[in-house]
Write a protein that binds this ligand. Structure first.
Ligand code: SAH
Length: 234
């Protein structure tokens, strides 16, 4: 058993999640670091940091809200975070991974094939365009490290079903960002339901999950094209 797998077993156990997910995560972590030598996937390269900051940070969401049997889209998933660790630890999730960079999506397809995850949909595309096909069709939409909340809300909330939730992974000092997003959330049919702070096992790092409930349909004119979203956030 390598270092990453040991740390993952311990960390998953600390989170109260099944340690049986550790070998698949460790295999994925090894692929991530190997592929990262030739393709820019992550700035985090120490195996202990990969375990905590990528895998446990992602898996921790399972302790904060119910993902069982849910359809989940991970917007701007990059090398697969948080979406793929969630699927590995909670196989009943119906997962769609979305990223604007084709080479990252190809990496995700390789990981899914290597891990035998046959039912993960890997999509190369932009969130604001994906909404034309898959508007209001996901129970949950996750996103980490993609954009500030006023912009991110317009990328993500149109994809969420009414009654579902947008789960934004943020830092514990996100009050100003939340205040700035208030009008955008209202316009797009969202309402902040809870802020759940959590600690990454084996570290003193604290992160925050912002749970935004979809309470009304998003008006048809959103999302706008990205240039407009960026230039004039709601
Ligand atoms: N969520 C991952 C990756 C963050 S990097 C993690 O936390 O590790 C941000 C990623 O978002 C990049 O891979 C980029 O291609 C993607 N991205 C940025 N804007 C996007 C958009 N509008 N639609 C889809 N993907 C987007």
């Amino acid at each position: 058993m390598d270092e990453m797998e040991v740390l993952l077993r311990r960390g998953l156990g600390d989170l109260g999640l099944p340690e049986t997910a550790a070998p698949a995560m460790a295999r994925y972590g090894a692929l991530l670091l190997e592929t990262n030598q030739v393709m820019n996937l992550t700035a985090i390269t120490d195996p202990a940091d990969v375990a905590a900051l990528h895998f446990l940070d992602s898996a921790a969401l399972l302790t904060l809200t119910d993902f069982k049997e849910k359809s989940v889209a991970d917007v701007g998933t990059g090398a697969g975070f948080p979406g793929l660790p969630l699927k590995i630890a909670e196989p009943s999730i119906r997962l769609t991974l979305l990223d604007a960079q084709g080479k990252r999506v190809r990496f995700l397809e390789t990981v899914c094939a290597e891990l035998g995850l046959a039912d993960v949909e890997c999509v190369h595309g932009r969130a604001e365009e994906f909404a034309a096909d898959r508007r209001e069709s996901f129970d949950l939409v996750t996103s980490r490290a993609v954009a500030a909340l006023p912009v991110l809300a317009e990328l993500c909330l149109p994809l969420v079903k009414v009654g579902g939730a947008f789960l934004a992974m943020k830092s514990v000092d996100s009050e100003a960002e939340l205040a700035e997003a208030k009008r955008a959330l209202e316009t797009l049919g969202g309402r902040v339901e809870a802020l759940r702070d959590y600690c990454l096992p084996g570290t003193d790092v604290r992160h925050r999950l912002v749970i935004i409930k979809k309470i009304r349909k998003t008006p048809e004119k959103y999302p706008r094209i990205f240039a407009k979203i960026k230039k004039n956030p709601l």
